[in-house]
Design a protein around this ligand. Sequence first.
Ligand SMILES: NC(=O)c1ccc[n+]([C@@H]2O[C@H](COP(=O)([O-])OP(=O)(O)OC[C@H]3O[C@@H](n4cnc5c(N)ncnc54)[C@H](O)[C@@H]3O)[C@@H](O)[C@H]2O)c1
Length: 348
Amino acid sequence: MHKFPLAVIGAGVIGRTHIERILKTPEFALVGVAEPSELGRQWCAERHIPTFENHQALLEATRPQGVVIATPNATHVDIAADCMARGLAVLIEKPVADSLIAAERLIQLEKDTGVPVLVGHHRRHNPILQKARQIVTDGRLGKVVSANVMANVYKPAAYFDVAWRRQAGGGPMLINLIHDLDMLLFLLGDVRAVQGSLSSAVRGFEVEDTGSALLEFACGTQAVMTVSDTTVSPWCWDFCAGEQSQYPRQNVQSHFLSGTQGSLSLPDLALWHYPGERHWHLEMTREQSSLHEIDVYVQQLRHFRAVAERRETPICSALDGWRTLQAMQALLHAAHTGQRQSCPAFKP
Ligand SMILES: NC(=O)c1ccc[n+]([C@@H]2O[C@H](COP(=O)([O-])OP(=O)(O)OC[C@H]3O[C@@H](n4cnc5c(N)ncnc54)[C@H](O)[C@@H]3O)[C@@H](O)[C@H]2O)c1
């Protein structure tokens, strides 16, 4: 298999995660990185990566077949438009955009140019989640009645030295819970309505330190989610799924689905059901799936290549990114107004 040439735009936290994966995976070649900051370009130069001050210069000078966009949310769609005008497939970091209008522009660009877009909700590439989705669609849980999700962590004081992390939009709802929200959309389909509540009572910043959400899915499932960055707790996907080495792994579960025929916990993929009659006085059986561990970011890049080469359709399309962003925005609005918010379907 020939090396697939990739470019990366933005060499910050997640940009470097992508760069490191591209460099260590033989089927990819890194043709260059666009990064305005001196510090970021220096990090690249130390790795002998050609660097450019902006994405236009990068696109002029190199010949990638796919571009990873890992810049601040507000820049995602403008940069994607420039790549797509050149026929280059894009992997855009989550959230897809900073507004639904910008995400809708991206959906239109995809239609007009025929160039595919993959949104970087990387957890969808985890085989655990894909197996869970299979269990749900195979009907092993019957009708999924409820879902419970916890995303509770402790971030140290120094994390908040950066001003935007203390301000609206910089909190755990948009940074962390959006991943869990996307997982539920992947497992259960469209959200119909949401209610939410936010609190900043512990840290006292403008931004929330804690939030809770009640989601009603079109399939009828009700989900309850909590997130906090001020709790000493192991109950968070990042800790128990082992996707990133900076989080010490904990042998606990963070996501629970309960159905009329069975229940499933994640990430351990324990499936609980009654072997015969369903009755709360009877013993339940616990079935376990075991899976090989993979690097979800490498898996995402492999899928991106297949999308760019038109061999696969995006596991998280621009429209999927829009749906997740819509549900999160509705949740934030619901929390601020105290009103239940509906999530109407996308209308082209
Ligand atoms: N999938 C994940 O797990 C994950 C994790 C973290 C961040 N993200 C997402 O990735 C994006 C970047 O977040 P981050 O934490 O890496 O931020 P960051 O601030 O660490 O990095 C962003 C980088 O982009 C550069 N940049 C800014 N404007 C640019 C432009 N026009 N062209 C090229 N480079 C530009 C900045 O100089 C910076 O180095 C955000 O959308 C964020 O939500 C995703």
